[in-house]
Design a protein around this ligand. Sequence first.
Ligand code: ATP
Ligand code: MG
Length: 267
Amino acid sequence: MNTKKYRVGEGGKLKLSAFKTNETGKGSEAEALARIDARRPRLAALQERLYAEGQQSLLMVLQARDAGGKDGTVKHVMYGLNPQGVTVTSFKVPTPLELSHDFLWRVHAVAPAAGMMAVFNRSHYEDVLVTRVHGLIGEAEVKRRYEHIRAFEALLNGGHTRIVKLYLHVSKEEQKQRLQARLDDPEKRWKFNVGDLKERERWDDYTKAYEDTISATSSRTAPWYVIPADHKWFRNDLIGQILQDTLENMNPQFPEPDFDPRTVEIK
Ligand code: ATP
Ligand code: MG
């Protein structure tokens, strides 16, 4: 599976309309599900090495509109990894304490330690998306925050952290169906949030905010990917492949012992 076409280059001007939301690739759903299953042991082995090596870390940022599939991605793509080596943080409306600090304070605190994989379900990108769409910050502040984000991600990169950022791209119609399902299905209703309808009314404002943000912050070392996400199986397959490619490229190694195992006798 070639993931390059979903990767956003540095310095370009992204148009989301150029990306399909309902792409299914060449194969069938059954083939994708088989690929996802076949990939799990390799992902688990790579994560084990990352943890054992204890030198590098991986940060996966998930951004999407409501019902875009962030929770489903965490559930399906992370399934089978060792929970001891993974942290998942869901970023909500900032608390008064968080608001009394700079916007990256709460984010830096949960960046992955060496050996760990961290998933951000929403992230510091909310601070240039929802805040901008609702007019909480002006355009000059948006630009300043892009600079801060680029510098922050470069700081993490310069340490031990690899960063992959995923925008789950769903159509307005698909969002409608998913919100409707949350309303209709008693087992999904707990996820229904009336406030999401207000955000949906600002669909086009969010589109522009995402386009500007992704264009301004995709880089070679912290790239954005636009993930066609109307079909959950395609989304899971593609993200699993991106995760595997990234970990293969990081190439974590089991550490060499600092003793000669042949000289140790266990009585
Ligand atoms: P779902 O996609 O399933 O609806 P969710 O991520 O929206 O899940 P919620 O608890 O419904 O989870 O919403 C979290 C809310 O917090 C979102 O509306 C998001 O925009 C908001 N939020 C997160 N970070 C910030 C921030 N820095 N500033 C303002 N609002 C934020
Ligand atoms: Mg929500």
